[in-house]
Design a protein around this ligand. Structure first.
Ligand SMILES: Nc1nc2c(c(=O)[nH]1)N[C@H]1C(S)=C(S)[C@@H](COP(=O)(O)O)O[C@H]1N2
Ligand SMILES: [Mo]
Length: 536
């Protein structure tokens, strides 16, 4: 069997297996995508720096990029398997079983996976993939070698050791037609396998992505009312109305930044969901969705930010959150002596932890079920997530909450062993939104505007400077609360030419925003946002 055709046979078999796996996972309830499940395991093993880089670089295209890389890697392995199996089927059989075994355990570690469904998915994939490989291999074996091994005699044909050449076609070699036909049927089968695999994979992933099943559309859920509703914010209070380009006071859910390690967003059926408050507590609490919704609810306006947000970056957003005060739940469960840390646990295994004091010091931490008047969108943690004002998302904002565990301080959340700081208070930050980053304006008076935030401390003052000029105080719009960003603006006189406009904030405690500059790792970027503006 030629090296090339062995490799092709291996690739075709692997692509078919992958496609069948994704398709059957898409069709069967309780079966996560094996590709996503394996990818998720790889993600968990990546060094923190590489993972952070990938999340920041590919953002929400993460899954597509990982899929493309996985298919390429799997094809490479398939080629190697094909070549290694030229003399014996054993390497291919071992490779298929090994891959299926890994995919089995990876799939079972995904939320909502059922062993029977996973087994069915992997069995169909192995049967189809390995089956194709066996067929392709026998096709090659049955094809006469390139040089005539001997004459095609009537006796040989009759004895079945050689196939009779097709009538009516002449070739240079006596067995040419036979060889061509063998090649053609090999190629047809290989191309057919790859095509079915590709189509199956695309359809399957479409089904997996749009899985309706028993799930509820979060947007259609009725929400409980808060005990004390916050007042509606009139549109006139939002600077974004006057000055498009400034971040709106409330970030629309569809525009809200998304950061997480989930390859496939966990799809949770609220009917079967519970969350547990456990660990170092006097009384373990288990709440289902209805029980959570029946608790006294609170509305909190809060800005949350990712620790990876660069100076001037947009990994930050503000929302009106609705949820159960974390403090109420923790007090009901009763922290035991020795409880030092609140560790949020997600259904996808992700964890984020912060000091217990922060849940009890009066800040409005929530087990949130809604944002901006709608049940949490799936991407943002449906059915429930944590929101803790004043600390970065990676140590607090657990989405797709499975539980809250009280632990000692020595337990580390997901990102801590991956190189990020154990504690993550949000640093004071100001950002220029207008003019935009192309920064071209007419000479003369120009409105510069943006947002500034220092959750739990609030913003007392925002200052701007043109080039090396004096600092001037910007006008602050009304703040929703100390936990949210505040919009600001200032009219600046910009003579024709190139300028640098710099902004800095002073928090509610009178503390000046650190000048930095420092990069996001390990505990949040520092720096005064500077925009180059060309007037003229
Ligand atoms: N389950 C889970 N929750 C998570 C994360 C995650 O990777 N998995 N990432 C955290 C980080 S780093 C941030 S910044 C916030 C972002 O929340 P958002 O995507 O709703 O904006 O979610 C936090 N909660
Ligand atoms: Mo983050």
């Amino acid at each position: 069997m030629s090296i090339r055709r062995s490799a092709i046979a291996g690739i075709a078999a692997v692509v078919l297996a992958l496609g069948v796996a994704e398709l059957s996972a898409g069709l069967l309830a309780g079966a996560p995508s094996p590709l996503d499940a394996l990818g998720q395991q790889v993600v968990g093993l990546l060094p923190g720096g590489i993972l952070t880089f990938a999340i920041e670089t590919f953002g929400t295209a993460n899954r597509a990029v990982l899929t493309a890389v996985s298919v390429l890697v799997a094809s490479g392995l398939g080629a190697a398997m094909g070549v290694a199996s030229r003399d014996s089927m054993t390497p291919a059989a071992i490779a298929f079983l090994l891959a299926a075994g890994l995919a089995f355990f990876a799939s079972l570690s995904q939320p909502g996976a059922g062993a029977a469904s996973v087994l069915a998915v992997l069995t169909s994939a192995v049967v189809m993939g390995f089956g194709l490989f066996v067929r392709l291999r026998s096709e090659v074996m049955a094809t006469p070698p390139a040089e005539p091994a001997g004459e095609v005699t009537a006796e040989a044909v009759a004895a079945g050791s050689v196939r009779a050449p097709a009538a009516g076609r002449s070739h240079r070699h006596g067995d040419g037609t036979e060889r061509d036909r063998g090649r053609r049927s090999f190629l047809q089968m290989a191309v057919g396998g790859v095509t079915i695999g590709a189509v199956g994979g695309i359809v399957g992933r479409g089904l997996l992505g749009g899985r309706g099943g028993p799930l509820v559309d979060p947007a259609g859920l009725a929400l409980p009312a808060p005990q004390r509703a916050l007042s509606a914010v009139p549109a006139s209070a939002d600077l974004a109305r006057e000055l498009p380009g400034v971040a709106p006071l409330f970030t629309p859910n569809d525009d809200f930044f998304r950061i997480d390690t989930a390859i496939a967003v966990p799809q949770i059926d609220p009917a079967g969901w519970t969350m547990r408050i456990h660990g170092l507590v006097e009384r373990e609490l288990v709440l289902d969705y209805d029980e959570l919704l029946s608790r006294p609810m609170r509305e909190v306006d809060a800005t949350i930010s990712c620790v990876s947000n660069e100076v001037g970056g947009d990994l930050v957003g503000n929302a009106r959150w609705l949820g159960v005060p974390l403090r109420d739940l923790l007090e009901e469960a009763g922290p035991s002596t020795g409880a030092e840390q609140v560790m949020g646990r997600s259904v996808d295994g992700w964890t984020g932890g912060f000091p217990l004091e922060l849940a009890l010091d009066g800040r409005e931490a929530l087990v949130a079920v809604a944002m901006n008047g709608e049940a949490l969108p799936t991407r943002h943690g449906f059915p429930a997530r944590l929101v803790v004002p004043g600390i970065y998302g990676y140590v607090s904002a657990t989405k797709w909450l499975a539980g809250i565990e009280l632990t000692t301080w020595d337990v580390d959340g997901y990102w801590v062993p991956r190189g990020w700081s154990k504690q993550g208070p949000v640093k004071t930050m100001a950002r220029i939104d207008v003019p935009g980053s192309d920064g071209s304006v007419d000479p003369g008076e120009t409105i510069v505007a943006g947002v500034a935030w220092a959750p739990t401390r609030g913003i007392s003052r925002v200052e701007l400077r043109v080039d090396e000029g004096d600092w001037r105080e910007a006008e602050l719009l009304d703040a929703l609360s100390e936990d949210t960003w505040v919009q600001w603006r200032l009219a600046l006189e910009l003579p024709a030419g190139d300028h640098e406009v710099t902004v800095r904030a002073i928090d509610g405690e009178g503390e000046l925003q650190p000048q930095g500059p420092r990069p996001p790792a390990p505990d949040g970027a520092e720096g005064w946002h500077t925009l180059r503006v060309r007037a003229g």
